[in-house]
Design a protein around this ligand. Structure first.
Ligand code: PLP
Length: 399
């Protein structure tokens, strides 16, 4: 977690109201006022320490938001009912009809579909670029561009965004840099490197239990306040409020994130290195062969490693499917979308999480049909799990 010297420790430490070690879960959709003046003042502007209505804010969501802001080193955060809600609210808060976005083309399929298919309905259009090509990004900037959007480690090809360089471009053209840091909490701190806003699908590593869908936007206080504005805020008016019980449970899981990320990375590095030794094409930022390994080294918090996400190529869709079925039968993990779970999860990006991207575009990006994406779990003995995986690779004639 990033400690800011100016931080007031009371802002993020959480104490139960009656001495509980975890804060009480707020169980109210609405809150009482002791004067009409204060209620109308809250409709005009935010008043610290005061709650109006749960879609606006409630104590449970406030505790989680402050902890996430602390995690990402931002002034404040907005928690939302999903990662997609965080992405759509952040974009719609910034863009009006006629505005343009420059986005990495290798992003989560849902984010891609939002920008490619949904936002054009509101005349908000996106140029998709290879985020590793700075000149290509610059060439797409027009007077209507408002946002540069990327993922720290892209989904599923593990391309790395040079956040420092992107911030320079953003500054030169008065743009807002939004970074989805879902794959790399604690490993990379996008705000320190220059991101204006950091997005998470809390559904993934941060919650880590695959029992809830949730998201957040971490950023400067004025932006977070604008999201909640009762008459114009995207979060307030589109209304993707997180349930208090869920936010309390995400907050508890957040406290073990540092231990989990180290184990995901330790296991990820082991699996990536050993898959590569078997002669497979492996995409993992912790490998010397990754084209942006050095860039990653210049940005990451080394104690947390290179993360738990690996993509590798087994050449054909049939082989990928056969392998995943067998790995599930052998209890190596589950054939399921999503990531950041304590068990290993695997899916084939082209036919699942990136299926929103048309086939020709997938090919152009380098997404081949035989890709398998692994979210490596918290296995205590990863060597034993890998031996089982190797047997499956042999049985499927991949080796
Ligand atoms: N961002 C990334 C990188 C993702 O992988 C996902 C989902 O897989 C999302 C955002 C969307 O999050 P959610 O499913 O919580 O809406």
């Amino acid at each position: 977690m990033v400690l800011n010297p100016a931080d007031n420790i009371q802002d993020y430490l959480v104490f139960g109201e009656f001495g509980e070690v975890n804060p009480s879960i707020s169980d109210s959709s609405t809150f009482t006022f002791m004067s009409a003046e204060k209620m109308s003042a809250l409709f005009e502007q935010e008043i610290e320490g005061c709650f109006l209505y749960s879609r606006h804010l409630n104590p449970s969501n406030d505790y989680l938001a402050k902890a996430l802001a602390h995690l990402e080193g931002t002034e404040y955060a907005q928690v939302t009912a999903s990662g997609m809600a965080a992405i759509s609210c952040a974009i719609l808060e910034i863009c009006s009809a006629g505005d343009e976005i420059i986005s990495s083309r290798t992003i989560y399929g849902g984010s891609y579909a939002l920008m490619k298919n949904f936002l054009p309905k509101f005349n908000i259009n996106t140029h998709f670029v290879n985020i590793t090509k700075i000149d290509e990004i610059k060439s797409k900037i027009t007077s209507n561009t408002k946002i540069i959007y990327c993922e720290t480690i892209s989904n599923p090809l593990m391309e790395i965004a040079d956040i420092r360089e992107l911030r320079k471009i953003a500054d030169d053209h008065n743009l807002i840099l939004i970074v989805d840091n879902t794959f790399s909490p604690l490993i990379i701190n996008p705000t320190e490197l220059g991101a204006h806003l950091v997005i998470h699908s809390l559904t993934k590593f941060i919650n880590g239990a695959s029992d809830t869908v949730a998201g957040c936007i971490c950023g400067p206080k004025p932006f977070i306040s604008s999201l909640k504005d009762v008459s114009s805020g995207a979060a307030m008016l589109l209304g993707p409020v997180m349930d208090s019980v869920r936010s309390a449970s995400v907050l508890k899981n957040l406290h073990t994130l540092h231990i989990r990320m180290k184990q995901h990375s330790k296991n990820g590095q082991y699996v990536a290195e050993n898959l590569e030794k078997l002669g497979l094409k492996v995409f993992y930022p912790g490998l010397q062969s990754h084209p942006q390994h050095e860039l990653f080294n210049s940005m990451y918090n080394s104690e947390f490693g290179y993360g738990g996400m690996i993509t590798f190529d087994v050449k054909t869709e049939e082989k990928a499917n056969q392998l995943m079925m067998m790995m599930q039968q052998e209890l190596i993990g589950y054939f399921a979308v999503s990531l950041g779970f304590y068990k290993t999860l695997f899916s084939s990006p082209g036919t699942s999480t990136s299926s929103e991207i048309p086939k020709e575009e997938q090919e152009e990006m380098g997404m081949t049909a035989g890709l398998v994406r692994l979210s490596v779990g918290l296995d205590n003995n990863i060597g034993r799990s890998f031996d089982k995986m190797k047997k499956c690779l042999i049985a499927c004639n991949i080796l």
